[in-house]
Design a protein around this ligand. Structure first.
Ligand code: SF4
Length: 325
């Protein structure tokens, strides 16, 4: 008997997996990556959790499918920010079911806890998700199982329902008890959740799609730097620190110039490749304003292979009007 777990690396999904493995069932933990997870690399953490509970880990990249089918026209709308949680969950279950069939597994599990999150995890929302993904009856949620209708795995006796949990709500008391019982270590996942639930990230997304078609290669651009929109419509992204400069430098995206200051230390920046001359000149001024350059002198910057000259503004206040975030 084999089950597929929808796995985030979080405590609830880890505990759900452990409960099923303890009943003698093999579990493949599947992490479905939309591209909008936190900027921290969670792979090591996920592997560690799986190793501790004895599950295999598989990471599935659905970025392109996610942009095409879910993010920009969600049937069930958005949550508080740019998070299409119901449609997103339905997509994840659909993908998990696909994997279940390929792997010859018999049912799905997830770490969802009833009533833990207001929009995506209330009873109606979960039912909608199951209907949309044709997973009704297939999905067992071990953390709240006793509060829910028995699923196929319980009805067929593959899983003993009595050994599952009846957790609801936001308290983590029972989860922490279980952590002690099984001796789970380092279970706090490295910070940051889904970026689509972040207010500032959502503002950047909304600004982006007003001007351009959003593609997979743009996801990385959205994660770093100060974002500005220039008067003729060009997008400018300026690194705010060394770490962001490194991330921006490594981005491969032919929609943007890579801009560096020459002969003076400065941030790494990206500018829309189709920027007008005025926007280019303004971008030069803005980038130089984030250096120690004097407004009375001119400095060179490289735009990919081209060299451009300009001087900074006298004050950062003059940049404010163009800042998205
Ligand atoms: S929080 Fe993000 S990853 Fe989770 S369901 Fe909502 S949109 Fe999807």
């Amino acid at each position: 008997m084999k089950a597929i777990a929808l796995f985030s690396g979080g405590l609830d999904s880890t505990l759900a997996i452990k409960m099923i493995i303890d009943q003698g069932i093999e579990v493949l933990a599947v992490n479905i990556s939309t591209g909008f997870g936190s900027t921290n690399d969670r792979k090591e953490h996920m592997q560690n959790m799986c190793d501790q509970v004895g599950a295999k880990l598989k990471i599935i990249d659905i970025q392109s499918e996610y942009l095409q089918d879910v993010l920009f026209d969600p049937k069930h709308g958005y949550g508080k920010n740019f998070n299409p949680c119901i449609d997103c969950h339905a997509k994840m279950f659909t993908v998990a079911k696909r994997i279940m069939e390929v792997e010859g597994a018999s049912f799905l599990i997830s770490g969802e806890v009833m009533g833990q999150r207001p929009m995506s995890q209330n009873k109606d929302a979960l039912q909608t998700v199951l209907n949309e993904s044709n997973c009704d009856g297939l999905l067992l949620r071990p953390m709240s199982a006793k509060m829910l209708e028995p699923t196929i795995a319980e009805i067929n006796g593959w899983v003993d329902r009595e050994k599952l949990e009846s957790i609801t709500g936001r308290s983590r008391d029972r989860q922490l008890e279980m952590v002690k019982e099984i001796g789970l270590e380092n279970f706090e996942s490295p910070g940051g959740g889904c970026l689509l639930t972040d207010e500032n990230f959502s503002k950047k997304m909304k600004d982006f799609i007003k001007y351009d078609k959003f593609e997979v290669k743009d996801i990385a651009v959205m994660k770093f730097g100060r974002h500005l929109r220039l008067p003729d419509g060009a997008k400018l992204v300026v690194g705010r620190n060394k770490d962001e400069n490194i991330h921006l430098q490594n981005i491969v995206n032919d929609k943007f110039y890579h801009i560096k200051t020459l002969a003076i230390p400065g941030p790494h920046a990206l500018l829309s490749i189709n920027a007008s001359l005025d926007d280019k000149n303004l971008a030069t001024k803005i980038i130089l304003t984030y250096t120690k350059a004097s407004s009375k002198l001119t400095y060179k910057l490289s735009y990919n292979e081209l060299e451009v000259e300009g001087s900074p503004f006298e004050s950062k206040d003059e940049i404010q009007a163009y800042t998205v975030l």
